[in-house]
Design a protein around this ligand. Structure first.
Ligand code: BEZ
Length: 221
């Protein structure tokens, strides 16, 4: 299981788009890898449908998406019809789904939910989500229980933050959304920050310390 900043494993995967190595699929794009307990289940269907609806948003951010579920490729291909209908979208299914029937990848990435079992008593994969950067480094890892559906607007928000923070010495505050004020990183000395950012607002705090320095950056998508 990689930790943040480590290379995401280059698994050889069987998918609805054919067999492939993960790194070949991502090429030099950003990547989102997300896992599911099982096909033809209600929460999973809503999640995969939401990602179908958000495909243009991921593409705009130069990000490829791949899902994983612990069922067969044939099952995934049948399930895709339900997902597309639920999403209200026609046409080819826009991203691959990995068939992790033996749970090899789910075990390797430590994303098994011991509390949720299939009809054979086998533990199901939890709802993991990973963001992988163009250098194949893992930049985000979140693990949700099988009973809680994810919020994919949050995943897009993190992508925006990561992409902006890779370009500038800034960080994004609580509940930040693209276009809103950002924070200058604490390690940037005041003199240097004035050269880097045209307008800075420093928040006066009871401690007298000037560590909340806000600025604006235009993020072009
Ligand atoms: C669901 O996708 O609805 C689900 C799957 C496994 C356990 C609980 C819910």
């Amino acid at each position: 299981m990689p930790i943040l900043g480590e290379t995401f494993p280059n698994f050889f995967v069987k998918t609805t788009f054919g067999d492939m190595h993960l790194h070949d699929f991502f090429k030099d794009s950003w990547g989102v890898f997300f896992s599911h307990p099982a096909d033809f289940t209600p929460v999973c269907t809503t999640e995969l449908a939401r990602v179908v609806q958000l495909m243009d948003e991921f593409t705009k951010r130069n990000c490829k998406v791949i899902a994983l579920s612990c069922d067969s490729k044939e099952s995934h291909l049948n399930w895709e019809k339900d997902i597309k209908m639920y999403a209200g979208k026609d046409g080819p299914f826009p991203y691959p789904i990995i068939a992790d029937e033996n749970r090899d990848i789910a075990v390797e990435l430590q994303m098994i939910d011991p509390d949720e079992k299939d009809s054979k008593g086998l533990p199901l994969a939890a709802r993991a989500v990973f963001i992988i950067d163009p250098n194949k480094k893992m930049r985000l890892s979140i693990l949700y229980p099988a009973t809680t559906g994810r919020n994919f607007d949050e995943i897009l928000r993190v992508l925006d933050s990561l992409q902006l923070c890779d370009k500038h010495k800034i960080a994004t505050p609580v509940d930040w959304k693209s276009g809103e004020e950002v924070m200058i990183q604490p390690t940037v000395p005041d003199e240097e920050s004035k050269q880097m950012f045209p307008s800075i607002t420093c928040v006066a705090l009871p401690s007298g310390r000037k560590y909340i320095r806000k600025t604006t950056i235009v993020n072009k998508l």
